[in-house]
Ligand binder design. Structure first.
Ligand SMILES: Cc1cc2nc3c(=O)[nH]c(=O)nc-3n(C[C@H](O)[C@H](O)[C@H](O)COP(=O)(O)OP(=O)(O)OC[C@H]3O[C@@H](n4cnc5c(N)ncnc54)[C@H](O)[C@@H]3O)c2cc1C
Ligand code: SF4
Length: 348
């Protein structure tokens, strides 16, 4: 690993001030579970690493019972995370283990808990943070190997096209076929999460779904964040009565990333789906909203036939590469099972 300067800012503003505008020259580090691997493999060699462990790590769940009568802004430092509309605020430095074990999160956001408790191993969940998980870099083995100067690293070709592509994308159209790696992003987008981003000119909020970019929009990075911006919080709306679930398929029950992960959130009117969000992970370069499936579900009572129809719609635009046709069937099954699970039906 190349020698680097280590900066230990006391708070989010100092952290942003220690970053710079040139991509990969100065990098933030939270738990280091991903970044240290990239540095050891010489995929990135920053001159300076900025520690983010001192960012807010709290998880605050708004209790709807205490909300009546409350007005005005709430939140910690710099008015972070106004909670006028209720909901939950998760500090970017919160550990995955703390998220998965949080009693109220477990009650209100089951799809998020399922995804968080499946990440890696207990050691990874004890070190990895929410912000780092959302910002982790892709796992494509050509990207992770310094010998391959592929398109994403400024080269002229994508080695996955004619090479080993069994874990690569079936949706998203290239020219780079990475799959989005964050398990948390999938349920968070299903729940309509927003993120608070801090940069040199202040803080802004955006939909988490809008954070991620396809390779044809941004080949060298994966998000809209500038090199001197950081995620400080995730903001989740109160779930109301929505029914939700995640379902993933793995090669084996190991600590590896899923082959497909699907999160579903159903807003119900009695037994009828009023509106649905279906988000797929590990199948496209970004967390993929399956809007065709959402349209199938709207206005229906969920049963197996409806789930099958929605699952078919979710993968209708999928295209296999030379070695990953199996992922289309896997994704279809994961969508069907996530819908059935969210609806409280038996998984078939
Ligand atoms: C064996 C193994 C299995 C794994 N399985 C899974 C899995 O199934 N699902 C899954 O989701 N993950 C999985 N992971 C990845 C792991 O969850 C992530 O590496 C971890 O969550 C990253 O968090 P971190 O805090 O350590 O991030 P870091 O390594 O510190 O940072 C990751 C990246 O995000 C940037 N960054 C960190 N925090 C911020 C911030 N607040 N704002 C802006 N940029 C930031 C860093 O610069 C870096 O580029 C696995 C990892 C391993 C090693
Ligand atoms: S999929 Fe992307 S990261 Fe992987 S080899 Fe192709 S261009 Fe590189």
């Amino acid at each position: 690993m190349k020698a680097f300067q280590y900066v230990n800012p006391a708070n989010e503003r100092e952290a942003v001030a220690a970053l710079g505008t040139e991509r990969n020259r100065i990098l933030p580090m939270a738990g280091g579970m991903d970044l240290l691997g990239l540095m050891k493999d010489y995929i990135v060699s920053p001159e300076r690493v900025v520690n983010l462990k001192n960012l807010d790590a709290t998880i605050t769940v708004e209790d709807p019972a205490r909300r009546s009568g409350r007005t005005g802004r709430e939140g910690g430092e710099s008015g972070v995370g106004t909670r006028e509309s209720g909901g939950t605020r998760i500090g970017a430095a919160a550990k995955l283990a703390d998220l998965a074990e949080h009693a109220e999160i477990r009650k209100l956001y089951p799809a998020l808990v399922t995804a968080a408790e499946e990440v890696g191993t207990p050691q990874i969940r004890n070190m990895g943070t929410v912000g780092g998980n959302l910002m982790q870099r892709p796992r494509c083995w050509y990207f992770r190997n310094e010998e391959f100067h592929c398109l994403k690293k400024g080269g002229s070709r994508c080695f996955a096209v004619e090479g080993e592509n069994q874990y690569h994308a079936i949706l998203g159209d290239g020219p780079c076929y990475i799959v989005h790696p964050s398990s948390l992003a999938v349920p968070l987008i299903a729940y309509g999460a927003r993120v608070r981003v801090l940069g040199p000119s202040g803080a802004r909020e955006m939909d988490l779904g809008g954070l991620y970019q396809l390779p044809n929009q941004n080949l060298y990075g994966e998000t809209v964040l500038q090199p001197n911006e950081i995620i400080t919080h995730v903001l989740l709306p109160a779930p109301g009565g929505a029914r939700s679930a995640s379902y993933d398929v793995r090669l084996k029950q190991s600590h590896d990333w899923p082959l497909a992960l699907v999160s579903v959130s159903l807003v119900m009117e009695k037994d009828t789906v009023k509106s649905a969000r279906v988000v797929m992970g590990a199948v496209a370069p970004i967390p993929w909203r399956a809007q065709g499936a959402e349209r199938v579900l709207a206005g229906k009572t969920v049963d197996e036939a409806v789930a099958v129809e929605a699952a078919a719609a979710a993968v209708a635009g999928a295209k296999a590469m030379s070695g990953n046709a199996h992922k289309i069937q896997i994704a279809r099954t994961a969508v069907k099972r996530a819908i059935l699970k969210a609806a409280g039906l038996a998984i078939v």
